[in-house]
Design a protein around this ligand. Structure first.
Ligand SMILES: [Zn+2]
Length: 342
């Protein structure tokens, strides 16, 4: 179940002003955090898939806030070292999923300003333009219509920006809850003449850009499977091929070893212990999920199930502080064990 963003930000604000977030931080704030972004857009951009986007201005604001808190900005390799070093200073690592071209054109200049290293997790299909990015199709569908009539979901009105964001979230989370919905929604996309490869082409890095990117001293290129499918729903040999082929493709493209991996979607319905074991067997040093949580020394034993904290353009002082304090893990685990893994 998805919590409505307004309710969620209300929870963060209340936890922040009452001091609850700080109190929980004693238990849920670990040594460090791996932050997850996707696309970085101009400050005045409008995107129905706002949970995948952060603006340039907000990215810069986030980095400034983290710097003010004297957190070290580290690579994923350094993250592993720090989990093993009890006296290490608190740290954050930055990751960007899916291979958006704006990671190079818009995020990199900000990351350079703060000398912040980061990892870009790239699915092969995004670069070759054959990824089944149905979510881009839904963005286009919502963007280009004032009202939709969808199988199972019924009539959805989306005449303005706020309703487009809401309707996109409704459709996307309905598909994640029940992938059986997808074929019928695909038919709607086809009928609306929405071409997913053209949408991918508008968003994704090219092979040449990845080569340039991989040469940059702040940048690590990481694996994100070939087709960005839900791995938990695929047979083991397909999962192995998805991870292994993607790793080989990126290594040949960049001439650099690819040792870090991210599971597509990353939630409990999309990856688990089997995927962690395969990721290790394929040769990755670490792999990240999107289970929310901060990092503890115990994660040394779960390097292929590292939690992350997702950031979007909706962050403010309250949400950022709550996320650093591990509030999302506290809520997700119903105030259970602070160490998130599979
Ligand atoms: Zn992804």
């Amino acid at each position: 179940m998805q919590v409505h963003p307004l309710i969620k930000s209300g929870v963060y604000l209340t936890a922040h002003v009452t001091g609850l977030s700080r109190a929980l931080g004693f238990r849920y704030r670990g040594r460090g955090v791996i932050f997850a972004f996707h696309s970085i857009v101009d400050d005045d951009a409008f995107c129905p898939d706002h949970a995948l986007r952060c603006t340039v201005g907000k990215l810069e604001w986030i980095l400034r806030q983290l710097r003010l808190q004297q957190l070290d900005f580290v690579t994923l390799d350094e993250t592993v070292e720090r989990l093993n070093a009890p006296s290490a200073r608190p740290f954050v690592a930055f990751t960007f999923d899916d291979g958006f071209a704006d990671n190079l054109t818009k995020a990199l200049p900000v990351m350079e300003k703060f000398a912040a290293p980061f990892t870009v997790y790239v699915p092969t299909g995004m670069i070759r333009r054959d990824i089944d990015a149905w979510w881009f199709g839904i963005v286009e569908l919502v963007r280009s219509h004032n009202e939709l009539k969808l199988p199972t979901l019924g009539r959805l009105r989306c005449p303005d920006r706020a309703s487009k964001q809401r309707v996109y979230s409704i459709i996307e989370s309905a598909i994640h809850d029940n992938f059986e919905l997808l074929p019928a929604i695909r038919e709607v996309l086809v009928a609306a003449n929405i071409q997913i490869p053209a949408l991918v082409d508008r968003e994704a890095l090219t092979e040449r850009q990845i080569r340039t990117f991989s040469q940059h001293p702040l940048v690590t290129i990481g694996g994100h499977t070939t087709s960005h499918r839900n791995l938990a729903r695929a047979p083991a040999e397909i999962v192995r091929a998805e991870m292994g082929d993607n790793r080989k493709y990126l290594e040949e493209l960049t001439g650099t070893p690819v040792t870090h991996n991210a599971y597509p979607f990353g939630h409990a319905g999309a990856c688990g212990d089997r995927e962690a074991a395969i990721s290790r067997a394929v040769g990755f040093r670490t792999a990240v999920t999107t289970r929310p949580g901060t990092l503890f020394p115990e994660h040394r034993d779960h390097l292929h199930a590292l939690p992350r904290v997702c950031l979007t353009w909706e962050e403010n002082a309250a949400t950022l502080q709550c996320k650093l304090n591990g509030l999302s893990r506290a809520i997700n685990s119903r105030f259970g064990h602070p160490v998130a893994h599979m």
